[in-house]
Write a protein that binds this ligand. Structure first.
Ligand SMILES: C[S@@+](CC[C@H](N)C(=O)[O-])C[C@H]1O[C@@H](n2cnc3c(N)ncnc32)[C@H](O)[C@@H]1O
Ligand code: SF4
Length: 380
């Protein structure tokens, strides 16, 4: 598709890759670029594509017949990888802290030469981009900004400012995924100028487990910020929880849902399945662990919620199981998961076995090793 480092946004919008994608979608093909959605839909899980379309009405007519539309209606911008966390499921392309660690540990030789590529994509640095963006504004109805951590990004702030000063804020909705380490009242006030702002809080787990998974995050900070976000009183600001389900946290999803119901019952939870790093994808859990997971989820009783909610919460868990069971596991990939956990435990001074004791015991017992050991036997 190209990159903002080397191309203008107009070049990218009319690029060969995007033209081909439009043609493929129009002719009913399932392009591989969209594989994540096709896979989830095949497993009966609601995909990002379906979620995006849900209830959305085209506010401005779209001419689907042309390969070269004048302007986009929706933009997904990833302008910088500036991030204060290095979540295990993520990597150097999305996080500058990950990049720093990878360079220090010499984890990937390509990064040495490409590091500049990842850091910042301030689109207004390219002469014509600002004009193009302003020209597109009357057509735009929705902008999604990711990161890095999007709430730390000065590039995203600049996009907000352009939209506001050009007088289009009340016509455009925004979506941010945030790691919840930041809450600022001035941001909340600015978001009130927009048509709608959805804040998708990346809460994958609770307590010490989230500190392990999203290091160096502090649970106390995240917990307090979730509560602050959940209390925003503005009909234009929608706050939801976004839980990325992976091999690290899947065992603890019932406990996670209980925390949400008890502490932030007004926040909807949506599950995002980790695909791009296959060793974290729950389809690669060994079959015996999938069986144990089903037993745990099916027998869980949600003491925290009134009876009528039990069925809804259980259904959410069963959907996760459906996805896990939609494909057979690949043993080498599961081995890679354990190696990755052990490797980063050593680098970061963390300990999987002590952080996830019940799950670790299950893994060890299932694989016939000594359950009292506190480290994975790497390479087994
Ligand atoms: C890359 S982050 C950027 C936004 C922000 N820093 C955050 O964490 O919310 C966007 C979302 O992708 C999720 N994510 C990270 N690595 C992933 C992976 N390998 N596969 C799927 N989702 C991933 C994160 O948990 C987060 O919810
Ligand atoms: S906070 Fe977001 S961008 Fe940063 S490392 Fe975690 S998932 Fe990646």
């Amino acid at each position: 598709m190209g990159n903002l480092k080397t191309h203008t946004i107009e070049d990218l919008w009319q690029s060969e890759g995007l033209v081909k994608l439009r043609q493929d979608l129009r002719s009913g093909q399932k392009p591989s670029e969209c594989k994540i959605c096709w896979d989830e839909e095949a497993a009966g899980v609601k995909s990002y594509r379906q979620d995006y379309l849900n209830g959305r009405i085209e506010e401005k007519p779209i001419d689907y017949s042309t390969d070269h539309p004048t302007a986009p209606q929706t933009l997904d911008l990833k302008l910088s990888n500036l991030c204060n966390l290095r979540c295990r499921i993520c990597g150097p392309v999305a996080s500058s802290l990950w990049l720093k660690e990878s360079l220090k540990q010499k984890l990937n030789s390509n990064l040495e030469t490409n590091q500049e590529y990842y850091l910042s994509n301030k689109i207004t640095d390219h002469g014509s981009n600002r004009e193009t963006f302003i020209k597109w504004l009357p057509h735009l109805s929705h902008v999604e900004m990711f990161g890095g951590e999007p709430l730390l990004s000065r590039e995203n702030r600049e996009i907000e400012e352009i939209i506001i000063t050009q007088g289009f804020a009340s016509k455009i909705s925004l979506l941010y995924n945030t790691n919840i380490t930041t809450f600022r009242n001035d941001m909340v006030e600015r978001w009130k100028l927009f048509k709608k702002v959805t804040l998708s809080l990346s809460l994958d787990d609770i307590d010490g487990r989230i500190e392990y998974e999203r290091s160096p995050a502090k649970w106390d900070v995240i917990r307090r910020n979730v509560l602050k976000y959940s209390k925003i009183q503005c009909s234009k600001i929608k706050v939801v929880l976004f839980c990325s389900v992976s091999n690290q946290n899947v065992w603890y999803l019932p406990e996670y849902l209980e925390w949400v119901v008890l502490n932030a019952p007004n926040l909807e939870v949506s599950f995002n399945f980790v695909h791009s790093a296959p060793e974290f994808c729950i389809t690669n859990l060994p079959r015996k662990i999938k069986i144990a997971l089903r037993r745990k989820f099916e027998s869980w009783t949600f003491d925290c919620s009134p009876h009528y909610q039990n069925d809804i919460l259980r259904q959410r868990l069963l959907n996760v199981l459906d996805f896990a069971e939609s494909r057979s596991d690949i043993p080498e990939v599961w081995k890679k998961f354990k190696e990755s956990m052990a490797h980063f435990d050593e680098i970061r001074g963390q300990n999987f076995a002590l952080t996830f004791p019940e799950f670790y015991k299950l893994i060890s017992a299932r694989e016939g090793s000594n359950v009292d050991r506190i480290e994975f036997e790497v390479g087994r």
